[in-house]
Write a protein that binds this ligand. Structure first.
Ligand code: 13P
Length: 249
């Protein structure tokens, strides 16, 4: 069975609540499609108004991060059931910016993966190599470790529902999209890694996105690749371009 495409915007640290609602209103008609899942991953403070603004549309709302404890003395963190109660369906876990600037480790991300599934949230787990790792020829060694630790203890049935976003760090926010060959090669290797951890059925079901300077010009070639099931889009998700990416066909 063909995998359904999933095209998600990652707003990062952009948009105040009122700006967020205005952006949803602008994008809503542009991202209307029945051919793909469309997700807006937004800053925590924007979640409640964005969920409200997306009602009646095809847009699902995601968070950009989440903590792995249920509740308690963790000042500044957001608990899984807060997201669920607010109407969130997806959560980005382990974005390279969180790994780099906030010290998140593969083990932290694994704990968050477990929590997400426990609460019925779909994780979008990010992985990807730095330029140095690519030049040293260790891209797949590094990504395999991220995937293996990230999915440690996750069942095959859970993994089938998960989304992995392959985002080469050197392509994020640089305007330097990976070539379709580079992106397809790594996404295929990630799928092979999932087959090794689980089985072919799980590998065939899991959705793998590409992220890193996706724009309306690069999206079509990327999204037709056999192992690329959509995109995780940063900068271009904040403008009308996102509508063109969603309707890439
Ligand atoms: P850009 O699309 O701005 O390169 O960001 C990619 C990204 O990090 C999405 O999570």
């Amino acid at each position: 069975m063909a995998r359904r495409k999933i095209i998600a915007g990652n707003w990062k640290m952009n948009m105040t609540p009122s700006q967020a609602v205005a952006l949803v209103e602008e994008l809503k008609p542009l991202v209307a499609t029945e051919d793909a899942d469309v997700v807006f991953c937004v800053p925590a403070i924007d979640i409640v108004p964005v969920v409200e603004a997306c009602k009646g549309s095809n847009i699902e709302v995601g968070a950009e991060n989440m903590y792995f404890e249920e509740k308690g003395a963790y000042t500044g963190e957001i608990a899984p059931d807060m997201l669920v109660d607010a109407g969130v369906k997806y959560v980005i876990l382990g974005h390279s910016e969180r790994r780099e600037y906030f010290g998140e480790t593969d083990k932290d991300i694994n704990k968050k993966m477990h929590k997400a599934f426990e609460h019925g949230l779909t994780p979008i787990m990010c992985c990807g190599e730095s330029l140095e790792q690519r030049e040293l020829g260790v891209t797949m060694d590094f990504i395999r470790q991220q995937v293996k630790i990230g999915f440690s203890g996750i069942t095959a049935d859970q993994a089938k529902e998960a989304v992995i976003a392959y985002e080469p760090i050197w392509a994020i926010g640089t305007g330097k999209t990976a070539t379709t060959e580079q992106a397809q090669e790594v996404c295929a290797d990630i799928r092979a890694c999932i087959a090794e951890i689980y089985d072919e059925a799980t590998a065939a079901a899991i959705r793998i996105q590409y992220g890193g300077s996706v724009n309306p010009a690069t999206a079509p070639d990327l999204f037709v690749q056999a192992d690329i099931d959509g995109g995780l889009v940063g900068g271009a998700s904040l403008k009308a371009d996102f509508g063109k990416i969603v309707n890439w066909k």
